[in-house]
Structures are given as C-alpha cells and as structure tokens.
Design a protein around this ligand. Sequence first.
Ligand code: ZN
Length: 77
Amino acid sequence: MSICKGCGTEIDWVRMKSGKAMPINPEPVFVAEGGNQVFITDEGDTITGTATEINTGTVAFVPHWATCPAYKSFKRK
Ligand SMILES: [Zn+2]
C-alpha cells in the first residue's frame, strides 16, 4: 500500500502485462459488461464495463487516475 502524492489517498499497485505498474484504488469493485469505464484486473489486464453493486462474478480495480482529484494537475505538468 502506498499513498498518492496528489491527493493523499491510499493506493495500491498492479503490475500490468506490459510490465508497467498501475496505481489503483485498493477497494475492488464488481464490473458489469457494457459501459466504457476502465478497470484493471489483479492479473494486469485492462477491461471496460460499468461498476456495479451486484455480484457479476467479475472483480476488478478502478485505476486511481479515474478518481484522483489531483490527476488533471499531474497531466498539465
Ligand atoms: Zn490521487
């Protein structure tokens, strides 16, 4: 577990299949098919869908940049 330097929230890291480390929100979510939100599985795959409260059998993580209030300011630099 580490802390995002931008917003101070706890984040986790997943090693992507590309070898890059991706910052994610530590709370996993259920993902329903359809939709264009990006999620990261714990195996390092990128999937798209919609976050849901319903147990769809697909569990993935929200990339931290999707929710980080400081992310836009990172990008501007
Ligand atoms: Zn952040």
